[in-house]
Design a protein around this ligand. Structure first.
Ligand code: AMP
Length: 544
């Protein structure tokens, strides 16, 4: 027997319509590329979203068209998120840190009809002008006064909105309609597109809202350092309006000092981003000897948060939520808050739990399997390949049958490429990306485990462990280190620290000091680049 309830489609436009009515004055603050600060709220921005939707229709945008964005975190980018999907078109966010080959590949692969670009990124497009689709129009996210001189044929964003009606009846359509498109950064092979639907996006926003109720609520302000141009800024553009939380967008200014000042002036409660960003903020905090006033919560994900970083924040009474996820998962898969039954444990015990990678969100199922495909126990010890299934997880890559075939097991679970354990309290621990594990003499070494301990050394500002091919052992770990304040630490003191936690054969054979670590387009340390740089490290030495 069927239930007898209305079946209204889940639509992204419902979120902003709701926020405009329920939380009209919750603020959205943006640092603009033009250099100033802009303030709006959910009611006013909903009117501009309606204007933009009318503008898009007036220039011929139809349901299903792909409309690209190349922009910082700011209110205009948020307007695009809602107006494009609201009329049934697809908001294709592009990561400006991609190489020019990857950038032009995905624009052509997605067959983008329009591209909205921030002032800062106009030169990126000028440089690849000849490789862009001929018929694609470029619209610059600024007003008439700030329109740049450029060899590109462009239109002005504010002119597109001008005089358009501030109301719209957002159309109804099937909730499985595509809403947005994001390509992986493509560290191996060409980038692959994840095509989110209205249903998956709204459900993911609700999943987040119930999982992180401390930050996502009316009266709190959230700073998404995680970009709108990649992985939907971890779902915040949808979850914040749904819950009445305000948004503070940092625009192009992402260094520690700028973030500190913005957080303090805007009274940001919760800040979300990858570990590399927090290293910079922690340096500013240490310089000023205090955190920004009102800062009480940080969500760290995208790469493993070192235990020492979690400790630094917790010592300042800033709650750390260590989350794990993937572009293909919308992207948040877990949240790392402490279980209620353990709320009174000591700081050290708390850190042990927070250094893990969280418990699954409702709607995300996890399984770990061994090489034979046998499902492993959730006992915190058995480690295997991590697979996921759920309401907001990809069912296949956009126009890429080959990548889709490789990504799923026969039961339809998505292969994350991560190696993990799950304990009996449901906590996931990512041991490593399968490609980053180090295999020495037939035994596996986790690069994440080595990094986690090494970074607690006072003279190490950042570090990464990688495998270098070795004539005898197959691979041996090496540790690449950015020293604190440029002072080269003593190698043996690092080795001594590691020897307290690891067996002799697990300790890196060499420690290399550097000033910078190469980053991927999503701000993570690029182990692939480093593996290439050091692929002859032991081989050459041994043949000398
Ligand atoms: P992306 O799709 O660019 O977000 O990358 C997803 C991958 O990032 C995952 O498969 C993990 O390998 C890694 N990742 C994300 N969050 C974490 C985390 N908290 N700890 C460790 N690795 C993470």
């Amino acid at each position: 027997m069927q239930g007898l309830m209305m079946n209204r489609p889940l639509k992204i436009s419902d979120i902003i319509t709701y926020a405009a009515e329920a939380y009209p004055s919750a603020e959205i603050v943006s640092v603009r590329s033009e250099g100033d600060i802009h303030r709006t709220n959910y009611l006013d921005i909903s009117k501009r979203m309606a204007q933009l939707a009318h503008g898009l229709i007036s220039i011929g945008v139809k349901p299903g068209d792909r409309i690209a964005t190349l922009a910082w975190n700011g209110y205009r980018h948020l307007e695009l998120y809602y107006a494009i999907s609201g009329i049934g078109a697809v908001c294709h966010t592009i990561n400006p840190r991609l190489s020019s080959d990857q950038l032009t590949y995905i624009i052509n692969h997605a067959e983008d009809l329009l591209l909205f670009v921030d002032l800062t990124f106009v030169p990126i497009l000028e440089a690849v002008k000849d490789r862009l689709p001929l018929e694609m129009k470029i619209i610059i996210l600024t007003d008439k006064k700030h329109m740049p001189k450029t060899s590109l044929k462009t239109m002005c964003y504010e002119e597109l909105l001008k005089d358009k009606p501030q109301k719209i009846n957002w159309p109804d359509f099937n909730e499985d309609t595509a809403a947005s498109l994001c390509y992986t950064s493509g560290t191996t092979g060409e980038p692959k597109g994840t095509l989110y639907s209205h249903r998956s996006t709204v459900l993911h926003a609700m999943m987040l809202a119930i999982s992180l109720p401390d930050a996502l609520k009316e009266g709190k302000k959230i700073l998404p350092v995680v970009p709108l141009f990649h992985v939907n800024a971890w779902g915040l553009p949808y979850a914040a309006p749904l819950t009445g939380a305000g948004l503070v967008f940092p625009g192009p200014k992402l260094d520690g000092d700028s973030l500190f000042n913005l957080m303090e002036t805007e009274k940001v409660y919760s800040a979300w981003g990858v570990p590399t960003v927090w290293l910079n903020l922690l340096q500013t905090i240490s310089k000023k000897q205090r955190p920004p006033v009102g800062f009480g919560d940080v969500v760290i994900g995208g790469a493993s948060a070192p235990r020492a970083m979690i400790e630094d924040f917790e010592q300042l009474n800033i709650n750390v939520c260590h989350a794990w996820g993937m572009t293909e998962m919308s992207p948040v898969g877990t949240q790392g808050n402490i279980p209620y039954k353990l709320k009174d444990i000591s700081l050290q015990d708390k850190l042990d739990i927070k250094a893990k990678h969280g418990r699954r969100l409702f709607g995300v199922e996890l399984k770990i399997v061994n090489d034979q495909g046998t499902i492993l126990a959730h006992n915190g010890i058995s480690q295997g390949d991590l697979y996921v299934r759920g309401h907001a997880i990809t069912a296949g890559y956009f126009n890429n049958a080959e990548a889709t075939r490789e990504a799923f097991d026969t039961d339809g679970w998505f292969s994350t490429g991560d190696i993990a354990t799950i304990d009996c309290d449901g906590f996931l621990t990512i041991v490593d990306r399968s490609k980053d594990l180090i295999k020495s003499g037939g035994e596996w070494i986790s690069s994440l485990d080595i990094e986690n301990i090494a970074i607690s050394h006072p003279d190490i500002a950042n570090c990464t462990a990688i495998a270098a091919p070795h004539p005898k052992w197959g691979e041996r770990p090496i540790l690449i280190v950015i020293p604190t304040n440029g002072i080269t630490p003593d190698k043996s003191s690092i080795q001594n620290l590691l020897s307290k936690h690891f067996a002799k054969w697990q300790i890196p054979d060499d420690i290399i000091f550097t000033e910078i670590l190469p980053l991927t387009a999503t701000g993570k340390v690029s182990k692939l680049t480093l593996r290439n740089m050091y692929k002859n490290h032991f081989l050459i030495k041994d043949t000398k």
